[in-house]
Design a protein around this ligand. Structure first.
Ligand code: PEP
Ligand code: MN
Length: 338
């Protein structure tokens, strides 16, 4: 349920409404927008709702039910776009952000080399997996804390922000300590203990869409994080399982405008994992920007042929440079900067 406060209502009247609602034992989420203020009632019971007499209070324009199972994530609760500030950059506003780097952190040299290269091409966020979710237990599973240290060193040298995946609730503190953005991978989108744990931190969380998750399930996963008090959630569409096998996954680009309509959260697109093929990254990146995405995640490797994971979908640095130049035009057409 949301309480819409009339435009121009003074602070005292707004405070009266808030006090009345709090006195009913309700948990509130207040969104003060340019146009109007909205008070969201989180987790109100049927009985609490039935006993409310808020419409008669001065300043209240209307009271509306929220029929979606997600509340904090919904556009109704929070009509304005969430813009996440990370140091000197923003995600969700007019700047498009590209998170680029190898699938896995493989060595110090690799990380420092690729960081310089993606920075030179215009990326501002470096990606790299230190804890890798692998289908086979015999595959390379990441350098763990050492990998995070290499990323932190690359940040120090280049000024890039860093994003890396966390797989285990016990590692959340560690990954959050090193990273500017903590990533929840597709395979863990419904790992509810992990979601609750990242809900407790105060760092942005990049929540990838589950391999077979519906849009509603994905938003509900975001709701877990938001309900823990962490308001900095960025969604990432990375393709879903369909009957099509030519591409690794099927990129669901309609998810971008749908997420924008249903929620206030930023959304980026990962054309690398979505397609599994490096030559499809550029066209899908273009399309993602045209669909309204707030940024991209792109895998870049200095030597894709010998990459320890996801070589076939990784761009060589010179190709990445070319793609970034090309995407400038698309960004401009959308009124954004890259
Ligand atoms: C990744 O970004 O390295 C990754 C494993 O992606 P996803 O969780 O989307 O498969
Ligand atoms: Mn990968």
């Amino acid at each position: 349920m949301i309480v819409v406060v009339k435009n121009g209502t003074d602070k005292q009247k707004l405070q009266n409404v808030v006090q009345y609602l709090e006195a009913q034992g309700l948990k509130l989420h207040i969104s003060e927008g340019v146009e109007r203020t909205i008070i969201g009632l989180v987790g109100a019971t049927q009985e609490q709702k039935a006993n409310l007499n808020v419409e008669s209070l001065e300043g209240v324009e209307k009271v509306m039910p929220v029929v979606t199972p997600y509340k904090l994530a919904s556009r109704e609760f929070h009509p304005e776009d969430t813009v996440i500030q990370i140091g000197d950059l923003t995600i969700g506003g007019n700047e498009l952000q590209v998170m680029a780097g190898p699938c896995a952190v493989e060595s110090r040299e690799q990380m420092l080399e690729v960081a310089e290269m993606v920075k030179a091409s215009g990326a501002r966020i470096l990606r790299g997996g230190a804890f890798k979710p692998r289908t086979s237990p015999y595959s390379f599973a990441g350098l763990e804390e050492k990998g995070l240290q290499y990323m932190a060193e690359a940040r120090e040298k280049t000024g890039l922000k860093i994003v890396s995946e966390v797989m285990d609730p016990r590692s959340v503190e560690l990954v959050a300590e090193y990273c500017d953005i903590v990533q929840i991978g597709a395979r863990n989108m419904q790992n509810f203990n992990l979601l609750r744990e990242v809900g407790k931190i105060r760092k942005p969380v990049l929540l990838k869409r589950g391999l077979s998750a519906t849009i509603e399930e994905w938003i509900m996963a975001a709701e877990y994080i938001l309900s823990g008090g962490n308001e900095q959630v960025i969604l990432c569409e990375r393709g879903i399982r369909t009957f099509e096998t030519f591409t690794r996954n099927t990129l669901d680009l309609a998810a971008v405008p749908i997420i924008k309509e249903l929620t206030h959260l930023p959304i980026i697109v990962d054309p690398s994992h979505a397609t599994g093929k490096w030559n499809l990254v550029q066209p899908m990146a273009r399309a993602a920007i045209a669909a309204g995405a707030d940024g991209l995640m792109i895998e870049v490797h200095p030597d894709p042929l010998h990459a320890l994971s996801d070589g076939p979908q990784s761009l060589k640095p010179h190709k990445f440079e070319f793609v970034m130049k090309d995407l400038q035009k698309m960004a401009q057409a959308m009124g954004k900067t890259l």
